[in-house]
Write a protein that binds this ligand. Structure first.
Ligand SMILES: Cc1ncc(COP(=O)(O)O)c(C=O)c1O
Length: 368
């Protein structure tokens, strides 16, 4: 079976973790600092703050902008739940706008109508490795005096022309095992705003600058040096990993038939955290692929606003037609760097045979 994800761990990871263990320094230290410096440099911003996960990084980015009770943050319902729950953790309310059918990201034309006097920030999600339309969203944010918190959990190294994900407002990355690079668990906030970076650092460490002198209500959202060691080894391989993901995606683009392949906006460098197609009769499609030895994944089967914790808060009544359609049709196929050419060929043959069997998409556009 070709699994949907397969993290690649090598000697470099083992050696760095082992040396961290031997040093006796396990918590946040020099390794975390080194990963922050390298990651900031890679993204192209002066500041990067490492955290225990992408979720805590989102939470801290919002708190860094002083977002809380009574505030609203505009985001999308077609994403992983942490985009929304991180907003809820602060006491603010997520306000959802639909995504575009072609790039699966926030539809900028819907944002202005969702702005109210309570709106403090916009959180676009750069889904599957393609940056959302950040120039358009940042222009709206600027006109209305709002912060931009990009959920870049899936878009390490993605770019719009020469500007990388993570350079608009605050960028938030995840180092979960299936991501383009991993630290086991971990996250990172990137920003050009020195004051924001300073507040986030303070909040990450119990609100403490001087040992045992606490200035604000803070958290322990630190990354450990053990995790940063994995992260440093992976970071060195990220450009190669992304190049291989793009190479596999190019084969899929050229050779897949009878399914809708992901669209890439002009000028965008997509890093294919996922290669996500739209298929007819998805449950049967998944089953047929499995029978042919190909794993697949559905990201995501339920709009976030219809998940139980949000329904309990009164969400789930609004209609988001594009999200609703996508949650029924999207299917991600293996695209990680350790796939061999033979495995890529197996995936292509299985998808193409299944598409012939199950027929073309019955509903390709959003019903009027
Ligand atoms: C879009 C998105 N946002 C947020 C997160 C949360 O990251 P983490 O799992 O590192 O907490 C993830 C990853 O799982 C994600 O895919």
């Amino acid at each position: 079976m070709i699994p949907i994800a397969r993290p690649t761990m090598g000697e470099e990871e083992k050696q760095l973790v082992w040396s961290a263990l031997e040093s006796g320094f396990l918590a946040q230290g020099a390794r975390v600092h080194e990963l922050e410096e390298r990651f900031a440099d890679f993204v192209g911003v002066p500041h990067a703050i490492a955290t225990s996960s992408g979720t805590t990084a989102l939470h801290l980015a919002l708190l860094g902008y002083d977002i809380g009770e009574g505030d609203e943050v505009i985001t999308v319902p077609f994403t992983f739940i942490a985009s929304a729950t991180s907003i809820l953790y602060t006491g603010a309310r997520p306000v959802f706008v639909d995504v575009l059918l072609d790039d699966f990201c926030m539809d900028p034309s819907l944002v202005e109508a969702a702005i109210t006097p309570r709106t403090r920030a916009i959180m676009p999600v750069s889904l599957y490795g393609q940056p959302a339309d950040l120039p358009a969203i940042a222009a709206i944010a600027e006109r209305h005096g709002l912060a931009v918190v990009e959920d870049a959990a899936q878009s390490h190294g993605a770019a719009i022309r020469d500007r990388k994900s993570g350079t608009w407002g605050a960028g938030v990355f995840s180092f979960y095992p299936t991501k383009n690079m991993t630290a086991g668990e971990g996250g990172m906030v990137t920003t050009a705003d020195a004051e924001l970076a300073e507040r986030i650092r303070l909040l990450r460490e119990h609100g403490m600058k001087v040992r045992y002198h606490h200035d604000v209500l803070g958290y322990n959202f630190r990354m450990s040096d053990i995790h940063a060691s994995i992260g440093l080894a992976q970071f060195a391989k990220l450009p190669g990993y992304n190049a291989r993901r793009r190479e596999i995606a190019a084969r899929y683009d050229a050779e897949l038939r009878g399914v809708i392949s992901p669209a890439v906006r002009p000028g965008v460098t997509h890093v294919y955290h996922q290669y996500t197609i739209r298929v007819n009769r998805r449950d049967e499609f998944v089953e047929r692929l499995r029978e042919q030895g190909v794993g697949s994944g559905v990201y995501y089967p339920i709009p976030v606003d219809r998940q139980k914790p949000l329904v309990a808060l009164g969400y789930g009544q609004e209609r988001f037609p594009v999200t609703e359609l996508l949650t029924e049709q999207v299917l991600s196929i293996p695209v990680y760097p350790s796939l061999s050419e033979a495995e890529v060929s197996t995936v292509i043959a299985a998808v193409n045979a299944t598409a012939v069997e199950l027929g073309p998409l019955a509903v390709a556009a959003v019903p009027a």
